[in-house]
Design a protein around this ligand. Structure first.
Ligand SMILES: C[S@@+](CC[C@H](N)C(=O)[O-])C[C@H]1O[C@@H](n2cnc3c(N)ncnc32)[C@H](O)[C@@H]1O
Length: 249
């Protein structure tokens, strides 16, 4: 069903046309990118990373000695605060336009410990922390689960994840099958409804729900002993930010 849709092309276009708005849908950021102050833009991202880092087990890690991954880095909103705490950050994004914006912002804000990648395959292993927020929700689930497997395989024993997935929707829509698509209107972020996978024009932002059984089984069989879950609820899309530490398998 969903595997026909190539969301990668959408993100290349969104990254070229409106990178800041595409990361955080708000009229405040629907302005030419030259008018955006990156310090102001990343401030909520910094608060998000502060919150994640205050939680077990991230709070117990010596992040200054850790190499981290930010999967779906966008314009660097979370990457840059991560780089301020970690020895090095590998920032992955499928969109070259997003990567170049993030790279410019990291340089502007004095973080030269970030390297950029199109996919996880070029990231060296033994990663201490993998973060991903509001990213998998935009990747067709079959493709997303493959990327998730690749990322988890990069994690060192004792490494930590903070990874976000949407899994259901409120109201009537919540009863629909996981894996079905919705399109968020590119203008105001409103949900337009379920569509056939090939129907939307390129450059639309699609939302996918993941089957949490598939995520949790992957984590258990790769050595995670316990997980904590922070719920998210964004415009009727219910999600989980999963935090956990990889133990010995
Ligand atoms: C909503 S933005 C979130 C950016 C960032 N995580 C943040 O919270 O500021 C989603 C990002 O995921 C990226 N993305 C989408 N599909 C991807 C894929 N298959 N691999 C890597 N990144 C992807 C997009 O290009 C975009 O930059």
């Amino acid at each position: 069903m969903d595997e026909h849709r190539n969301t990668d092309r959408d993100w290349e276009q969104l990254g070229r046309e409106k990178p800041y708005w595409a990361v955080i849908i708000s009229s405040k950021w629907d302005v030419p990118k030259e008018e955006i102050d990156p310090s102001e833009y990343i401030e909520p991202g910094r608060q998000h990373i502060d919150d994640i880092c205050s939680r077990h087990p991230l709070a117990t890690l010596d992040l200054g000695n850790i190499t981290a991954v930010d999967f779906g880095c966008g314009v660097g909103r979370l990457t840059i605060p991560m780089a301020e705490r970690c020895e090095h950050v590998h920032a992955i994004d499928i969109s070259s336009a997003m990567r170049s914006e993030a790279s410019k912002n990291a340089a502007l804000l004095g973080q030269n410990n970030v390297s950029f990648h199109e996919t996880p395959s070029s990231v060296p292993g033994k990663i201490g922390w993998i973060n991903s927020f509001i990213v998998f929700q935009h990747i067709a689930t079959r493709n997303g689960l493959g990327l998730f497997d690749q990322l988890i395989d990069l994690l060192a024993v004792g490494g930590v994840i903070s990874m976000h997935f949407t899994y259901a929707r409120r109201s009537k829509a919540a009863a629909r099958k996981a894996d079905e698509l919705v399109v968020m209107s590119a203008r105001d972020g409103k949900i337009e409804g379920l569509v056939e996978p090939n129907f939307p024009d390129n450059g639309k932002m699609l939302m996918f729900d993941y089957d949490l059984n598939k995520i949790i089984a992957r984590l258990q069989t790769r050595g995670f002993e316990s997980l904590s879950i922070l719920f998210t609820d964004y415009r009727d899309h219910l999600g989980v930010n999963i935090i956990g530490q990889k133990g010995k398998t």
